[in-house]
Every structure is written in structure tokens, then in C-alpha cells.
Write a protein that binds this ligand. Structure first.
Ligand code: NAD
Length: 366
């Protein structure tokens, strides 16, 4: 069988992803990760395979596997494989608290300049929560802020951690937020800040958002202080549309927003740069439920849909989304995080059955 050209810079570029299916399949770098990572990643591979599209899964070491093999949570060898793939799908990786190795995620995002962390937060049909009709997009700056990892002990008992905010990164993430809003017909971008206290750092971020906003008159723009945002989100999340945030606020607000629509098991995400994209759920490695076959795979399945869209496979993305919606709205199959008793496998198989049905229907209709 003829092989497709090696993925080049363009093939990875979010703006110019592959124009057609490579004959020998999409090369997908797969980072299983730690904890529940391998369980939910297996579910994602099975569901993606059910679409009938050919994928070449290229296993990439990260997290504990990276440390065991190469002594680093995000080894250079893994970064090279991610760069060479058409796209990457990543499971969560654990980071020790207060000691130990640095975060594989921070290393990945910085090394490949995956500057935009895109996290759509939407109510799922049949997943009852206190809120209906939640439809938010979180655009989180992914490369700087307090995640620059610059902290030191000045004298014993005094630690300084540096918050790095640059004009370049702030303009870039604001552009991403507005371009995303325009492309997806969204009505408003809200910049989130604490510039009343961090007048210079958050002041610069806000100033950049304001400058970019003037270029997009068709999208409304406003601003909110991060603590007020949290209160308003809990009172009525439907008041907001697209949120653009610095790294730390984006991290925290993402988990808050996940709680509005059923929890961390259902919220997907993508890390997007100029040259590469890595798709991963918002949740972490969930060590409390790892190995029990009860993790909810919805978040990584929806992240896989984002990857399919990135690969210019909108029909397959629609089929997977529809299958997930169908399982939630027409069955009582739920993992324990949503009050059910289904295992990861049972939920995944229910989605796979639906995907196969849609694929067959599409084949017989054509
Ligand atoms: P977590 O997201 O792993 O878990 C928080 C809670 O949500 C837990 O009770 C967990 O059981 C539940 N949960 C998470 N995902 C779930 C799923 N798919 N299905 C059902 N329940 C789910 O957050 P944490 O406990 O704060 O972090 C654990 C580890 O994960 C830490 O080492 C942290 O550094 C890491 N982490 C990694 C990433 C990433 O790789 N992108 C993101 C966040 C946290």
C-alpha cells in the first residue's frame, strides 16, 4: 500500500490541518498517561476505530512511563514523536504535590508552544445538573503566568514565585479567543482578570485583550474580575459565552465550569499551537478510581471529537458526539461519577454500538 507523505508543519497546523485522509491513516501520537489514563485512552481508541477511519496509533511515553524509560516526565523523544504526528491524544499525567518532578503537561505545552488551551463546557442531554443550557468556551493561556515555574527561596521561610505575563503571549491568546468566537458564531468574549490588585501583570493582559477586541467589532467584549466571575458562574453560567483567561485563572475556572455540567468526567479540551495540537480531557489522573474500570470516558471521547474536527473529519466527529448524546439521552448507562453503576467498558461499548450504527446508515445512504 502506498504510504502518505510524512506529516509536515502544515499537516499539524490547526489552521491548515490535513486536507484529505492519508491513505495509510492518520498518525496519532498516543500518550496513555497515568492513573485512569490508560483506561480512558483505550476507550478513545476503540471509539475512534469504530468510525471506520484508519489511525496509526503511535505510543508515546509520558508521565510515569516517561520517567521509567527516559528519566523525564516529558522526554525529548516523546516531544519529537508528537511533532511528527498528524495530531496527539493525551491521557492525564500525575504530578507530585510540593516535591518531585515537574509537570509533564507544563513541559509539553511550553516545549511545543501549545499556547491555547481550548475547553468547551456544555450541558449534556440527559445529564441532570442544577443548570440547563450551559454553553461556555474557556480559552486559557497555556505557556506562562505562575506556571513559568520560576520560584525560589529568598531566605528560609520566604519563597518568591514569579508571575510572568508578556504582551506577546497575551495578544496571541486574545487573538485566538476572538478568532475562535468569529469562526464558531459566538457572541461575546469576556476577559478575566485581577487587575485591581495585579495592576501591572493583569493590567498588561487586559490591555492586550482590549487592543485585540477593537479588531473584532462583530463580537462583544467585556471584562470581569476573576472572583466575581466565579460567583456569577455559579449563580447563572448561561450569562457567559467565551472566557479568555491567564493560565492559573483558566486552570481553576475550568474545574469550576466542569462542576456546572456534571463534573470532570465530561469536559474535553485541546492544547493548540502554531504547529501542533494535543487533545486531552480537563481531568487529571484520578488516582482514587484508577484501575477500577469506572472512570467516565466521555471527556476524552469529546476531546477525540475535537481531534476529528481538527483532522477535517467533521462527519466522524458528529457521529461520535451523536452517539454520546444518544447514550445519555436514551439510556440509563452512566458511570458512578454521574450516579450510575456502569463500568468504563459498558459505557464505551454502548457508544461504539451507536457509532457503528451511524457509520452503517451513512454507508447505506451513499
Ligand atoms: P483529578 O481530575 O484527577 O480528580 C479530581 C476528582 O475527579 C477525583 O475524585 C476523580 O475521581 C474525579 N474524576 C476525574 N476524572 C474523572 C473521570 N474521567 N471519571 C470519573 N471521575 C473522574 O484531579 P486531582 O485529584 O486534583 O489530580 C490527580 C493528579 O492528576 C495529580 O497528580 C495532578 O497533578 C494530575 N492532573 C493532571 C492533569 C493533566 O494531565 N492534564 C490535569 C489535572 C490534574
Amino acid at each position: 500500500m502506498p504510504s502518505s507523505p510524512a506529516p509536515n508543519k502544515e499537516s499539524c497546523n490547526p489552521m491548515t490541518a490535513p486536507l484529505s485522509r492519508p491513505v495509510d491513516g492518520y498518525k496519532i501520537a498516543v500518550l496513555d498517561g497515568d492513573g485512569i489514563g490508560p483506561e480512558v485512552m483505550q476507550a478513545a481508541r476503540q471509539v475512534l476505530t469504530a468510525t471506520g477511519i484508519i489511525f496509526q496509533w503511535e505510543s508515546v511515553s509520558a508521565g510515569a512511563a516517561g520517567i521509567a524509560l527516559y528519566g523525564k516526565a516529558m522526554p525529548d523523544e516523546s516531544l519529537a514523536m508528537i511533532k511528527a504526528a498528524h495530531a496527539s491524544l493525551k491521557g492525564p499525567t500525575s504530578t507530585p504535590i510540593g516535591h518531585g518532578h515537574t509537570s509533564a503537561n507544563v513541559a509539553l505545552r511550553k516545549a511545543l508552544s501549545l499556547y491555547a488551551n481550548l475547553r468547551p463546557v456544555q450541558s449534556l442531554p440527559g445529564v441532570p445538573t442544577r443548570y440547563e443550557g450551559v454553553d461556555l468556551v474557556i480559552v486559557r493561556e497555556n505557556t506562562e503566568d505562575l506556571y513559568a515555574g520560576l520560584e525560589h527561596v529568598v531566605v528560609p521561610g520566604v519563597v518568591v514565585g514569579m508571575k510572568v505575563i508578556t504582551e506577546t503571549a497575551s495578544l496571541r491568546i486574545a487573538e485566538f479567543a476572538f478568532q475562535h468566537a468569529v469562526k464558531h458564531g459566538r457572541r461575546r468574549v469576556t476577559a478575566v482578570h485581577k487587575a485591581n490588585i495585579m495592576k501591572l501583570a493583569d493590567g498588561l493582559f487586559l490591555n492586550c485583550c482590549r487592543r485585540v477586541a477593537t479588531k473584532y467589532p462583530s463580537v462583544s467584549y467585556d471584562e470581569v474580575i476573576v472572583d466575581a466571575l466565579c460567583m456569577q458562574l455559579v449563580k447563572d453560567p448561561t450569562r457567559f459565552d467565551t472566557l479568555v483567561l491567564e493560565n492559573l485563572y483558566g486552570d481553576i475556572v475550568s474545574d469550576l465550569c466542569a462542576g456546572l455540567v456534571g463534573g470532570l468526567g465530561v469536559v474535553p479540551g485541546a492544547n493548540i499551537g502554531e504547529d501542533c495540537a494535543v487533545f486531552e480531557a480537563v481531568h487529571g489522573s484520578a488516582p482514587d478510581i484508577a484501575g477500577k474500570n469506572i472512570a467516565n470516558p466521555t471527556a476524552i471521547l469529546l476531546s477525540s471529537c475535537m481531534m476529528l474536527e481538527f483532522l477535517n473529519e467533521p462527519e466522524a466527529a458528529k457521529q461520535v458526539r451523536r452517539a454520546i448524546d444518544e447514550v445519555y439521552s436514551k439510556t440509563r448507562i452512566r458511570t458512578p461519577d454521574l450516579g450510575g453503576t456502569a463500568t468504563t467498558d459498558v459505557f464505551t461499548n454502548a457508544v461504539i454500538d451507536q457509532v457503528k450504527r451511524y457509520v452503517q446508515e451513512a454507508a447505506s445512504a451513499s
